[in-house]
Design a protein around this ligand. Structure first.
Ligand code: SF4
Ligand code: SF4
Length: 474
């Protein structure tokens, strides 16, 4: 592994891989194989200084046979006045400078240690870990972090809704100057790619003239997300809900979903009120259905990997168009079987906890659903129904522990919106739920960055090691 990290380091130095890829690959190495070296390699990017401060690289930890390799040079502890390492790839000094009360900072969790030995010991005990296999569990892994009353979330407090009514936030947004593209034609082509990608959702998802895709249902305007299609009065008999679940999953995949899961609807995740930012309509929401069929749509890796830019934005937009092509046909199928069904995009309920309940994945540090198959590189839509089905159990694939050690998304967030430290119940704004111990994402900061950037961002998707399309480490 040491050799592999050194190779990656060399590739980074030569500009053959991006810093994001470097972080991602070393994270994978560190967390899947268990090693201090990968974490050390993820130290913040240095500012070159004429006299380098030595950073303990490479580390000398026992190999598989328990032998500690002979150091090629003597590492020098960093001085206490340097909170973070400033040099990424040091060279040895013939006469190491010794500092009293030296501090060794863990690049994983940022704790400080007085000696290198304590520092290595910490990394090997706290950050060495092997990824367990995925297993079905009786309760979703977020349950252990529900520490207070969890109220239903009002869609009006969603950051996108706030851009319409929250004067304070609107004032902040008005101060942002969007970056001007250095290549106007390239930007034009990128915008065209995105326009084509969202076209299906925008023109067919909802038929309101101000609908511009991305939301899902708008009341009483028709379109694919329409709730009011008639239900067949003749009902298909369901004697075996488990068999019907299998059938529904097959049909969901037939219509284009990449993942399908089923759960009972937990009303805590249904919005207390709907808010349509296109029309300003606001009211109490009632979703009285027993089950949610959750559909996951993979987003194109090559596009997402170009974040933050038009290619990534187009990959996201295409995900929304595919949502409009998958959830409404599945709802139509269920209605034609004689059972009520409501297709939903981002409207009606928070898709992430519902998808976790349906066994698709777990909640990540970046606030997104992380699935074993695609990581966070997934769009989610759902169909609410009373069709008799058997729910899936949630899964645990070790992500909670993984995210405690991996900070790749936080390191790659240009807005500093993803928390690096421990979990907390403190919300960053009214756009976060309370009562949950987690890493709340500062979505207000995130959206400000989108405005400044001129298009949306998916760095926290692209940076996640689980988002990689090929993962031999799994
Ligand atoms: S999408 Fe938002 S939270 Fe994610 S990396 Fe970009 S700015 Fe940060
Ligand atoms: S969500 Fe963030 S912390 Fe968790 S695995 Fe993905 S990149 Fe790492």
């Amino acid at each position: 592994m040491h050799k592999r990290i050194t190779e990656l380091q060399e590739q980074l130095r030569q500009g053959r891989i991006s810093r994001r890829d470097f972080i991602r690959y070393t994270t994978i190495l560190g967390l899947s194989l268990g090693a201090a070296e990968a974490l050390a390699a993820c130290a913040p990017k240095p500012t070159p200084t004429p006299t380098p401060t030595l950073w303990p690289w490479p580390l000398h930890i026992p190999d598989e046979s328990g032998i500690v390799p002979t150091p090629e040079w003597q590492p020098t502890p960093r001085p206490p006045t340097t909170p973070t390492p400033t040099v990424f790839r040091p060279t040895a000094t013939p006469t190491p400078v010794m500092w009293e009360e030296a501090t060794w900072s863990c690049p994983g969790c940022e704790k400080g240690f007085p000696t290198q030995e304590a520092w290595i010991n910490h990394i090997l005990t706290e950050h060495e870990w092997k990824i367990p296999g995925a297993r079905r569990v009786s309760r979703p892994t977020y349950s252990q972090f529900l520490v207070g009353p969890v109220e239903r979330f009002d869609q009006k407090n969603h950051v996108f809704s706030r851009t319409v009514w929250d004067e304070e936030y609107k004032a902040l947004l008005s101060k942002v100057t969007p970056q001007k593209a250095s290549d106007g034609f390239k930007a034009l082509e990128g915008a065209a790619l995105k326009a084509g990608a969202i076209y299906v959702d925008e023109t067919a998802g909802s038929l309101h003239p101000r609908y511009y895709g991305y939301t899902g249902h708008l009341k009483d305007v028709g379109g694919l997300y329409n709730w009011d299609d008639p239900v067949n009065p003749e009902q298909y008999p369901v004697s075996d809900p488990a068999q019907m679940s299998e059938r529904i999953k097959k049909v969901g995949r037939f219509y284009g979903a990449d993942l399908v899961g089923i759960c009972e609807v937990d009303q805590r995740w249904v919005y207390s009120h709907y808010f349509e930012r296109e029309t300003g309509a606001y009211g109490v929401l009632d979703i009285p259905y027993k089950y949610a069929i959750v559909l996951g749509i993979e987003m194109d890796w090559e596009g997402i990997d170009q974040s933050p830019g038009f290619e990534a934005s187009a990959a996201t937009a295409l995900g929304y168009s595919r949502m409009a092509e998958v959830a409404p046909p599945l709802a139509k199928y269920i209605r034609a079987l004689g059972y009520p069904a409501v297709p939903s995009g981002n409207d009606t309920a928070q898709s992430i906890p519902i998808a976790i309940d349906a066994g698709l994945g777990e909640l990540g540090r970046n606030g997104l659903l992380i699935t074993p198959e695609f990581g966070p590189r997934l769009r989610i839509c759902k169909v609410f129904t009373d069709l008799p089905v058997k729910p899936d159990q949630p899964i645990d694939f070790g992500l909670q522990r993984f995210c405690e050690m991996c900070h790749a998304c936080a390191q790659q967030c240009p807005a500093g919106a993803i928390r690096r430290g421990e979990r907390t119940t403190e919300p960053t704004s009214i756009s976060n739920r309370t009562g949950i111990l987690r890493w709340p994402v500062d979505v207000a900061k995130c959206y400000l960055f989108w405005q400044e950037n001129g298009t949306d961002c998916a760095n926290c998707v692209a940076a996640c090691p689980w988002a990689l399309p090929i993962r031999p480490w799994l």
